[in-house]
Unconditional design. Structure first.
Length: 329
């Protein structure tokens, strides 16, 4: 090896090391959007618990889809995603890894019908507005299945989730599928409307998780462990009657509503403890009480409706890394 080549290689190695040091010195950038399980992080932000844990984080408030796009583009280290959407991005070459399941939807995803329709079965022959191929299309199919109906028994109208309340109010459709906060808006906008099926009827169909880019996970593993270790403090603070009002105040302020209103919303979200995470990430089952089991159901839906080709999402268990939750003491 010539002296010049040795100097060049040494300089390149030094530059790489310096670059890695710079990245490690930057705060972890985490996207979060308007969903209770992700807004729950607001408690830790306001209480200064990340600083206490010795990790520098920057939470970036974003709309949901742009936050996933930002993670795929390398502009974020992590973001909040449903397990189903994580499969879609993974199948398209932007795989991220779940290191913590914040919650599962326990009523905040809804099939809402216009006044006069009192049950899911009453929707036979009716028009239902839903964003086709998204999570509440899946919820609708499960609702129909449970009630002895098929997709062909109703007429689907492809409506962007944000526009579903207006579609119901205008009479364009007889029912809609949407999630919080849109579901709450629809119920207010259309007096007499009601939820005829919700995610509470299929707990575990929709998990909401913290997904991290593989690059950040490999270079900042110790920092991500500290982030996960903060989560049990968040869950406990929200659950404790002595501190719940304070917690709800932080969360409500983030979205501009009252703490009382936010308490109602929290009823449709089941926050998951670290023990819940360990069980649901490691349980070898095909049921919805397992994250891999839920992924199996969602993957079948995505393949069936053509969101991506069969097998494109790859190994469904590889989207989860249980080592972070199992390491929390």
């Amino acid at each position: 090896m010539t002296a010049a080549l040795f100097r060049n290689l040494a300089a390149a190695a030094l530059a790489l090391a310096f670059s890695a040091t710079l990245r490690a010195a930057e705060p972890l950038k985490i996207g979060y959007s308007d969903w209770p399980g992700w807004i729950a992080w607001e408690v830790a932000i306001q209480k200064g618990w990340f600083k206490e844990a010795g990790v520098d984080v920057e939470f970036v408030w974003m709309e949901y889809v742009p936050s996933m796009d930002a993670l795929a583009a390398g502009k974020l280290d992590a973001t909040g995603m449903t397990n189903g959407d994580a499969l879609v991005y993974g199948a398209n070459g932007s795989k991220a890894i779940c290191i913590l399941a914040n919650d599962y939807s326990d009523g905040n995803d809804m099939i809402i019908a216009k006044p006069g329709i009192n049950s899911l079965k009453d929707l036979k022959g009716k028009k239902i507005g839903v964003e086709v191929n998204f999570v509440d299309h899946l919820l609708l199919l499960k609702a129909l299945e449970i009630n002895g109906l098929k997709e062909s028994d109703v007429t689907l109208v492809n409506v962007a989730t944000n526009d579903t309340p207006q579609a119901l109010a205008s009479g364009q459709v007889d029912a809609i599928g949407c999630w919080h906060p849109i579901s709450g808006q629809a119920l207010k906008l259309v007096p007499g409307s009601k939820a005829v099926f919700t995610s509470k009827d299929v707990p575990g169909l929709i998990y909401d998780c913290l997904y991290v880019s593989p690059a950040s996970l490999s270079t900042r593993k110790a920092d991500w462990q500290k982030v996960v270790a903060v989560w049990p403090r968040v869950v406990a603070f929200i659950a404790d009657p002595k501190t719940q009002d304070e917690a709800l105040g932080y969360m409500a302020k983030r979205v501009g509503i009252t703490a009382a209103e936010y308490k109602q919303i929290m009823g449709g979200t089941k926050l998951l403890s670290i023990a819940d995470n360990v069980t649901r990430m490691t349980k070898p089952t095909t049921g919805l009480e397992s994250l891999v089991g839920s992924n199996t159901v969602v993957n079948t839906f995505n393949e069936t409706v053509g969101v991506y080709a069969k097998g494109k999402a790859g190994d469904l268990a590889s989207y989860f890394d249980a080592s972070f939750v199992t390491a929390v003491k």
